[in-house]
Design a protein around this ligand. Sequence first.
Ligand code: S3P
Length: 427
Amino acid sequence: MGVLQIHERRDLRGEIRVPGDKSISHRAVMLGAVAEGTSRVEGFLPGADCLGTIECFRRMGVKIHRDGSETLTVEGQGWEGLREPETVLDVGNSGTTIRLMLGVLAGRPFHATVLGDESIGRRPMNRVVEPLRLMGARVDGRSKGSFTPLSVRGGQLTGITYRSQVASAQVKSSLLLAGLQGEGVTRVEEPALSRDHTERMLRAFGVKVDCDSQGVSVSGGQVLRAREIRVPGDISSAAFLIVAALIVPGSRLMIRDVGLNPTRTGILDVLQKMGGELEIIQTGEWNGEPVGDVTVSHSSLTGVEIGGDTIPRLIDEIPVLAVAATQAAGNTVIRDAAELKVKESDRIAATAQELRKLGGRVEETDDGLVIEGKTPLTGGPCDSHGDHRIGMAMAVAGLVAAGRTTVTRVEAIDVSFPEFASLLEGL
Ligand code: S3P
């Protein structure tokens, strides 16, 4: 069991880059695999989740070469070139791998068994299984196909219009990937716009994707054309360092080449609203994704109330936002975030429980958290709950907690940010 020891710090300074975006890295492998021709991917995130996606597609006969840790060559097979896997497809801890891959498998004329770790076994799969069945896929599994292990026999699909109950990019992307293999138009509508990396990357691969204020549609039968993908730094990883710099006195950090997709920058907006000194400069666009530099300085923060459409734009950053809130004057209220209960851990419970261990005054609500500020934290033992983002959030809390904080089960961090501890150490 990995343990991370964190001491109270001052003056986090430096100019850094964070590893590649996890969502974009998964999609680069998957779209590259089903495209015609060879795609090259630069800046790939070599975290456990994305390496798992590579392994799953290799098992379906796709040749994927790693030329160095962050560069890939993906020999696309076209949809028809994917082969029936001889063994189970194990997604490890990755919800994105399993849900998006189910969309790919739904249209393939073969059988596959898909499973993951204990955490994946607790996460709801019916949100993709149900609409994929409506399109014509045959999926079975535990609890009538609501949980892993799942067994898929794909085949002829027909486009549907699907109104998702949750704003989930994994659901939306899964259905779009299935829809591309089906007959007619597949349309997905969601209660609020979730991250749109799939839409942007599909366009980069030459697919026509129609977006309007209500939803997104694709027509079946479109061919993806291989291309070069440059993956921006992951704003969700950057968020840990941004919050660290905001709350640790004397800090100033510049983070270069971070993805600034507006469906992901909710955390920057909210931290600015809290009084965070952030300078954000867009420097370019990489395969349809805005990219730029973020400079952040230690700031006095004030609590905020957030909910509604903002939540999907910062869903993965809420644990570390809660850490920032413990150091902000006044209360912070987070609403409409019940989705956090079905992430890698129950992040509402885990965040509240772990911050309280360090003296944080944090209450769980049905759909979020209430965090009282400004609270002095005291170092002590806490745990990642096997969840990368809880582990990193607690390490950031440890930077402002008096004395020493130990975080257990930090091997979970390898899922998205393997260099987190060394990068923090080096600042
Ligand atoms: C992701 C979508 C989000 C996010 C996850 C990555 C993606 O999940 O929390 O870390 O890459 O599509 P949901 O689609 O379940 O909201």
